[in-house]
Design a protein. Sequence first.
Length: 218
Amino acid sequence: MDDQSSEFFEQVNDDLKRQQLKKTWEENKYWIIGGIIGSIIATGAMAAWRHWEFNRNVAATAELTEIVKNGADTKAIEDFAKNTNKNHSVIARLILASVYVEKGASADAIKVYDEIAATFGADKIYKNFAKLLSVKYRSQTISNDDILKELEPLTSKSSGWSFSAMELKATILAKQGKFEQAVEVLNTITASPDAPERLRQRAVKLTELYDAEKSAKK
């Protein structure tokens, strides 16, 4: 095929493509326009929702901050927790539990922590933190194997609180007189490059203490 023939067929092909596109447009233009408008509306609605959510979170945070600044009244915190979004409610209840702890009402604090840990749809990091604190305050009076079983899932990296959970596990084992096992757990913390420096330093001090206790028992 010579160049002129090739050019002719290319022009014909282009014409056919244009005709096909025109036909497709004529047959489907309302669907296409509707889809574009729908996409624009959806994008705008999403942006508006995000803007609304951001403003709501800012307002809720400011309200909770004021409540805490004004003396962290338990009734005010409870009312706030009942009437706000889920994550702010969880944060408010964590603050409420800490107020109970400061007042020496550990049983009330533990109840709140357990409620948070069981809250459907709450952020996993908050739920695991609440579970950790529930075990922590219960372990002050209970140091049996059942409470260690509760704590075990929190020692995994996926929990978000693995090193704190391991430290608590070591203290519970030490209460049981299992100093050697406690030291093994603490050594895992000190050997990990991912462990926070503050926790590593505390693990070193606890290791020294438990080693001394272990030697004294011999």
